[in-house]
Design a binder for this molecule. Sequence first.
Ligand code: NAD
Length: 248
Amino acid sequence: MRFIEQVVIVTGAARGIGAAIATRFATEGASVVIADLDGAGAEAMARRLTPAGGSALAVAANITEAPDRERLVETTIRAFGRIDVLVNNAGIMQRMALQDVTYEVWHRTMQVNLDAAFFCSQAVLSVMRERGKGRIVNISSMSARTGGQASPPHYATSKAGLVGMTKALARTVGEWGVTVNAVTPGIIDTDMIADWPPEWRERWLAEIPLHRFGTADDVAAAVAFLASDDASYITGTTLDVNGGYFMI
Ligand code: NAD
């Protein structure tokens, strides 16, 4: 129970990796705020979590919209009075051929995966700075390291930007007692990869040294570590959770 009395915001937590992260924090005693575009999904998740440990609150929010981000922070402070951890998890991947990538697709991907993570961080940092402590964990992707095997260039670029932003923020806010780290998941079995053809799945299963896809819980465990006191001297780093698929 590493997060008793702590308050954790997880974006994109209505399903998938975000839901597993929210569950992990709740079972370790945190009060969790589930922020998602899918308001009904966020509500359902909050109801599931409440008996798991600490309390959970759903906030329907589009994290690319400034008023929604402000409301997310205000609602969290009103409900729980503090913010200890922000997990920038919400992300999108629109797979398509290079020549089909429009400016709108490129820009939307950057807005959700990169811009919103920066501005959500900015929104919570004033609260964390006042308390002299905080943790930000960004969910990037193995594609940031490899250029992406199955993920398209706009997605891999946004996730590489997130790794750079993690380092830049870590340098800036270290003196405020805030750490900023990234997790780079490999292939994790969620809705995001549900449409991948079986032949891709078979090839990758053969290539991954641990011969299985990751689970959302594998990622959640890494996030919880980086948000915990055990990681108090770790900042600006990127933690690979990929079954050994990509090694530096
Ligand atoms: P998912 O598509 O299952 O869930 C994403 C969640 O984010 C959804 O609930 C969605 O409603 C929410 N969301 C999307 N846009 C939003 C917005 N503008 N505002 C608020 N919420 C929004 O995805 P997942 O597989 O759980 O992935 C979670 C994160 O992990 C993403 O950042 C993704 O890029 C990253 N990731 C996933 C994999 C994988 O293999 N699944 C691998 C590496 C990285």
